[in-house]
Design a protein around this ligand. Structure first.
Ligand code: COA
Length: 439
């Protein structure tokens, strides 16, 4: 960080800015639509000046060019949430994955476990007092900048100015690069009939006045259309996408019933299209805070009627949820799934939902007797509560393993129920027989 409090950021070209990144350093890069793409591109174009630079990045929705095989001597990717464009690099060993709960990630920068040499960030233009907003992505970016030896910022004319604990002063930036380009976007996908059925089941568990966390993927989007008859919903979510704009404009999300931050939608990042980014610009109803606050289960629990909705890859008959791996292959990261599952469970009248189609594109059942070899458990069987598919809702809380199995088979795809029942009977038939005999 710039040690002279009176000094202003030095405005330079992208090429000049990235020249200050030393070889063998750790560079923590802002993620999702907050990715400072112009700076990453300049690094990749000038790759020859670097040797073994570690690039720590979370959700990569950009091109992820730093993972190209021919750049392996220059860049090494350390991912905390593998994106589509970085999966192959991680799977083939050109990068690695660090498992960490999202709300605990920023502490690694300050406690010496993951010291930051350079923070590469994207922010809004400064206001008249010299404060730039982190815009649509605060999450771990603020902590990275606060703990870095060197802060390099892309100051993008098109980055919205958003509210919350969400500002960095020009005196805290070492090198600044002015740009004027559209932010990266993730357009909402049209939900399938199956996703809509799942969305409808999820909506049936959401009461008026509930506060929602909406995860990543198609299902949260499918749910939104079934919320239009609800009253005074609130948002306390790691992220939100475009659909929430309609809910706010239609008066469904008012945040009036929230027990903390009433009247405000609280998030740590936004990921959608220009529609969402324009809506958030200077909008006092949306506030961004660092992820160590938003995703802290002890903060989440203070929201009464908190409902978390996330998705997964597989669930076994005990209720163990795998969300980030397909067998040995890392396809995403924990994000805030466990943070919110736990926070919702701890709160008054909270509910946590894991919602998924019953099959993977009709090919295999997502409810399985045992998780695939190599799969990592994301939400464990002690934390899990509701599992939802297009066939219904299984409430696993307080149920024995035997009853969990039964409940999960009832919401599995009919084509796979016999196979699942066969395994379940082998495990539990003795107890069933005993129960019948003892009855
Ligand atoms: N077996 C094999 N492949 C599977 C599978 C299974 N049981 N389930 C999913 N897949 C594959 C899909 O075919 C798809 O492959 P493709 O990329 O080649 O098309 C890929 O995994 C992603 O599945 P999809 O259903 O398209 O994903 P989604 O966009 O709905 O997201 C998760 C689902 C689980 C990947 C996503 O919710 C996630 O990463 N969750 C963990 C993090 C989290 O919950 N964060 C919450 C706070 S933001």
């Amino acid at each position: 960080m710039n040690s002279n409090n009176n000094a202003r950021a030095k405005f330079v070209s992208a090429e000049e800015a990235v020249r200050h990144i030393p070889s063998h350093s750790r560079v923590v890069v802002g993620h999702a639509a907050g990715e400072p793409s112009v700076l990453l591109t300049a690094m990749v174009e000038n790759y020859a000046q670097y040797e073994d630079v570690e690039i720590v990045h979370m959700v990569c929705i950009g091109k992820g060019l730093y993972t190209a095989p021919e750049l392996r001597k220059h860049f090494r990717h350390n991912s905390v949430f593998v994106g589509k464009n970085t999966q192959e690099a991680i799977a083939s060993g050109r990068g690695d994955f660090t498992p960490v709960y999202f709300y605990c990630f920023p502490a690694l920068f300050s406690n010496g476990q993951m010291p930051v040499d350079v923070a590469l960030i994207q922010v809004s233009p400064p206001d008249r007092f010299g404060f730039c907003s982190y815009g649509i992505s605060n999450d771990y970016t603020q902590a990275a900048a606060q703990n870095a030896r060197i802060v390099i910022a892309e100051i993008n004319e098109q980055m919205p100015r958003t509210w919350g604990d969400n500002f960095i002063h020009l005196t805290e930036i070492d090198y600044a690069v002015k740009t004027n380009r559209p932010l990266l976007e993730v357009p909402p996908l049209l939900p399938s009939a199956i996703e809509e059925a799942i969305g409808e089941h999820c909506a049936s568990l959401i009461e008026d006045g509930a506060t929602l966390q909406l995860g990543i993927g198609g299902i949260p989007n499918a749910l939104l259309k079934f919320l239009n008859k609800k009253k005074d919903l609130g948002i306390h979510s790691e992220m939100i996408a475009d659909g929430v704009v309609d809910l706010i404009e239609d008066g469904v999300v008012t945040n009036k019933a929230k027990t903390i931050h009433p009247g405000k939608s609280i998030v740590t990042f936004l990921m959608g299209t220009k529609k969402l980014y324009d809506f958030a610009h200077n909008n006092p109803m949306i506030e961004l805070y660092p992820v160590e606050y938003v995703n802290d289960p002890y903060i989440i629990r203070q929201n009464h009627k908190m409902v978390s909705i996330n998705s997964c890859v597989q669930v076994d008959l005990m209720g163990q949820v795998a969300s980030t791996t397909i067998g040995y292959k890392q396809i995403s990261g924990v994000g805030g799934q466990v943070d919110f599952v736990r926070g919702a469970a701890m709160g008054k009248e909270g509910k946590s939902i894991i919602a998924m189609p019953s099959t993977n594109k009709g090919k295999t059942s997502k409810i399985v007797p045992i998780l695939d070899e190599g799969a990592a458990v994301t939400t464990n069987r002690y934390d899990v509560q509701y599992i939802i598919t297009e066939y219904g809702i299984a409430d696993l809380r307080g149920k024995t393993l035997n009853d969990r199995g039964k409940a999960l088979i009832e919401i599995a795809h009919p084509d796979f129920r016999d196979q699942l029942r066969e395994v379940w009977e082998r495990r539990y038939i003795y107890k069933e027989t005993n129960k019948t005999e003892g009855a």
